[in-house]
Design a protein around this ligand. Structure first.
Ligand code: ATP
Ligand code: MG
Length: 570
């Protein structure tokens, strides 16, 4: 019994502040026991890892509390929005493992209703048409320390406002010539409350409503109404909207409509990357990356192409939790989550990225042996496979040193090492290019008694190398990635330069001629594996029938695990 109580209170302790709010609401019956959240992307770019956090949070809370979550496109700005983005967002949300069922919604479907609500506000004397231009409106708004001034048009009659808004909608006025503003308080200490613009004239085609509209609602007006129309209970958004909340509440209160609760949490920021869609778009448009799904991008599509699993992203979002203050997360934590998941799932494969030819002098010419290799030492259920061994092999150039430094235990002249799953071999000769002096080939002998990788006489070797059989291996291209930016905070720039000056020029290294064991021959884009000793890799869509292209998803070195260990020791 006591155990149970302990568990319960421990569980309570680990609730985040949003879960606490929801549980309290469930207890008091505030929303009749409903939990209804939404993920409201604007279709003006591809989703990034920050959005993944919001998706996991909104869909996750709905799941946890037996509620539902809408996928709602906040498509109120016709200029930047496109169907391509809508499609990519749907794909990304599904891929992450979430289901909006029949709740795929578009704010643009509510344009008529939002407009009618605006008319209602005008009729109540709570909104007016202003003829000031954008610059004048800014000027009249005042500053944090000085109050704003009323527009000369603020006291127009309700009749005149109704006439003007009707004509605005009818297209009688040019873009930017008039706006509809909420009539709140030009002296409010909160600048958002100083008669915010709620409608603007914009003669632009919308990706869904075409030319039906030439007035479009502003975010602060639209968002609360969208939530209200959909009967959302908890409207979760990022901290920068905290001082928009009074306006969110004002609009819904003045209209007397259903009124969800807005709750703000800290947005996710990651080291070595930028996350604003505007910047990501710039990187794409200026060709700094190959596209939104470039494997170096922090986009969900980029991570998918890179080989990240949806589970690893979900686990990461869970691990970092939800907070009320902004902080930047070490990107090593995300990579740690990817490794943890792939370690369990990814079959092991041998591949040589920078090949060095090795001839086994005493191995019979023309002989081929199929040796047993384990697919995943973490999971016996994943079985085993055969790898061909023959007289000519490739090993990594890095695994040989003619003149080995202390602590270099890999292959060197006269030294014996193990070839994984195969034999002990000893280097007997080094062949160099006569002109360049470059090492082009090694000669080794093998000990037939060590088949499988163990010496019956019990003698030990200090290292085990991966290898492939030259005649059997498949040639492939490998792309190695490093962080897109060279600085943990790319926005930290010298005067006069911008975040792009911190792009890492070495973020992509292409190795055009690598050799992979033949078991991968039929692999398709998206297949993942661990190249033993090298990292986790994933087949890229650029692969063709003749040539596989592999992306390195993540290396094996886990810097976050080290940090965590050190923290635990303290
Ligand atoms: P950006 O500032 O990059 O353009 P945005 O916030 O304008 O992003 P939206 O499409 O409006 O992009 O975002 C949809 C939802 O995702 C919003 O609820 C927003 O709060 C959330 N979101 C966006 N970025 C992050 C982030 N870095 N961390 C957590 N949630 C985020
Ligand atoms: Mg936004």
């Amino acid at each position: 019994m006591e155990d149970l109580v302990m568990t319960k209170s421990e569980e309570k302790l680990s609730l985040n502040f949003i879960q606490e709010i929801i549980e309290e609401d469930l207890r008091t019956g505030k929303w009749d026991g409903r939990v209804h959240t939404r993920f409201p992307p604007e279709p003006n770019g591809y989703l990034h890892i920050g959005h993944a956090k919001s998706i996991c949070l909104n869909f996750g809370l709905a799941e946890q509390y037996n509620g539902i979550c809408n996928l709602r496109f906040d498509d109120t700005n016709p200029i930047k929005e496109e169907d391509e983005y809508v499609e990519s967002i749907k794909e990304d949300v599904s891929w992450l493992g979430f289901d909006w069922e029949d709740r795929l919604l578009f704010a643009s479907d509510y344009f008529e209703q939002m407009y009618q609500y605006a008319v209602q506000l005008v009729k109540a004397g709570k909104a007016y048409v202003d003829d000031l231009n954008a610059e004048q409106i800014r000027e009249y708004r005042g500053t944090l320390t000085t109050p704003g001034r009323n527009s000369p048009h603020r006291d127009r009659s309700i009749e005149e406002n109704l006439d003007l808004i009707t004509r605005m909608r009818a297209g009688d006025f040019p873009d930017g010539s008039r706006v509809l503003r909420a009539k709140i308080d030009m002296a409010s200490p909160n600048l958002n409350m100083r008669d915010p613009v709620i409608y603007r004239i914009l003669k632009a085609s919308h990706h869904r409503t075409g030319d039906e509209w030439c007035v479009y609602p502003m975010y602060d007006w639209a968002h609360g109404l969208e939530d209200s129309i959909e009967r959302i209970t908890h409207s979760i958004c990022t901290l920068e909207f905290e001082n928009h909340r009074p306006l969110y509440d004002w609009c819904l209160r003045e209209l007397g409509v259903y009124h969800p609760q807005q709750i703000e949490f800290a947005r996710l920021e990651l080291t070595y990357t930028v996350m604003s869609k505007r910047r990501l778009l710039e990187l794409v448009q200026e060709g700094h990356v190959s596209g939104w799904d470039d494997p170096r991008m922090p986009t969900i599509s980029g991570m998918r192409r890179r080989g990240y699993t949806p589970e690893s992203i979900r686990n990461f979002c869970k691990a970092i939790g939800v907070a009320k203050f902004n902080s930047t997360i070490d990107i090593a934590r995300l990579e740690h989550a990817v490794r943890e998941d792939l370690n369990k799932k990814a079959p092991r494969v041998m591949a040589v990225l920078r090949p060095l030819r090795v001839v086994i002098d005493n191995y019979p010419e023309g002989q081929v042996e199929e040796l047993d290799a384990v697919n995943n030492p973490e999971d016996a259920g994943m079985g085993a496979r055969k790898v061909p061994f023959s007289r000519v092999l490739y090993i990594e150039q890095d695994d040989f040193r003619e003149d080995p430094p202390r602590k270099f235990f890999r292959l060197s002249p006269g030294r014996e090492v193990r070839l994984r799953y195969a034999y002990f071999v000893t280097c007997v000769d080094v062949v160099k290019d006569a002109q360049t002096g470059e090492i082009v080939e090694l000669h080794c002998t093998y000990d037939p008694a060590t088949r499988g990788g163990d010496a019956p006489d019990g003698r030990k070797v200090k290292s085990t190398l991966h290898w492939v059989s030259a005649d059997h291996a498949i040639e492939g291209e490998v792309r190695l990635y490093d962080h897109l930016f060279g600085k943990p905070n790319p926005d930290d720039v010298e005067t006069g330069s911008d975040y792009k000056s911190n792009l890492n020029p070495y973020s992509l290294e292409t190795l055009p001629s690598c050799w992979v064991e033949p078991s991968v021959v039929d692999w398709k884009p998206g297949s993942r594996c661990q190249f033993e000793r090298l990292g986790y890799f994933c087949v890229d869509p650029d692969s063709s029938d003749g040539k596989l292209v592999f992306n390195r998803t993540v290396s094996l070195r886990d810097t976050w695990a080290k940090i965590e260990k050190a923290q635990k020791k303290k």
